[in-house]
Design a protein around this ligand. Structure first.
Ligand code: FE2
Length: 254
């Protein structure tokens, strides 16, 4: 069986959350590691990554926009030299805090894919008093939100996530959650948010090369079929980088 048999029927698989840029945050720690991650992603069938360094006051780092964009450009060049056929698009994982509102006012954010209005946002890991209100305020600033890994926040219960979905926040589940990388609770929650038809995107959130990527793809395919896999990893990610309206996206299971 070819290595990319799970995904190579679809030609434009795009990862919207990946810490592949070298030595900028808690992700890849070297050029060699970034190249290795690129090779693993190609073997798994990915065609493009919107590289998403941490941005803001979170524990993962705060990568200045010009630094991230500069590394992206350099990594593109290194991929070319090494024959790694993987497109790279701009992105950032915006940590939700008061600072983010200031940065939004200044226009200091990186939309998913580098243009349009979609922002990849992550909530703090420690309990936050009013996550819903804060995300709604962010929406009021005119941005469409893709919330990273809702299944992993200890304080965000299923009902609260349901209310976010009703208000148009789109969910990005972790590929690793479907194979238990973040524990049983996250696995169960990811299945709930997928099964309820609340979720639109699945991404790797890779910080280093990992062996579970293909197993994760297999688990998603088993649960949601080829159509679900295609929607979560290609169709919806591509629509988001094309700045599609949130109402025009379909969840990966209806
Ligand atoms: Fe991340």
């Amino acid at each position: 069986m070819p290595k990319c048999a799970l995904l190579c029927q679809t030609s434009r698989v795009l990862d919207l959350h990946c810490h592949i840029l070298p030595s900028v945050d808690d992700g890849s720690s070297s050029w060699e590691m970034s190249l290795e991650m690129g090779r693993c992603m190609v073997e798994a069938g990915f065609k493009a990554i919107a590289a998403s360094p941490h941005y803001g006051e979170g524990p993962g780092g705060d990568v200045p926009i010009p630094v991230g964009l500069g590394k992206l450009e350099e990594l593109r060049e290194r991929f070319k030299q090494e024959g790694i056929e993987l497109d790279l698009l701009p992105n950032a994982e915006h940590h939700v805090s008061p600072q983010l509102f200031d940065r939004l006012k200044q226009g200091d954010v990186v939309p998913i894919g580098g243009q349009g209005n979609w922002l990849l946002v992550e909530l703090p890991w420690s309990p936050l008093a009013n996550p819903e209100e804060i995300l709604f305020r962010l929406q009021m600033s005119g941005h469409r939100l893709l919330l990273a890994h809702p299944e992993r926040y200890s304080y965000l219960d299923v009902d609260a996530v349901g209310r976010l979905v009703e208000r148009g926040v789109k969910l990005q589940l972790e590929l690793g959650s479907f194979v238990g990388v973040y524990g049983n609770r996250s696995k169960k929650r990811a299945r709930i948010y997928g099964d309820k038809g609340w979720s639109h995107v699945i991404a790797t959130d890779l910080h280093r090369p990992e062996k579970w990527v293909v197993d994760g793809l297999k688990a998603v395919k088993k649960r949601y079929g080829s159509a679900g896999l295609h929607k979560a990893l290609e169709e919806n990610p591509r629509a988001i980088v094309s700045d599609a309206d949130g109402d025009d996206l379909d969840p990966f299971i209806d």
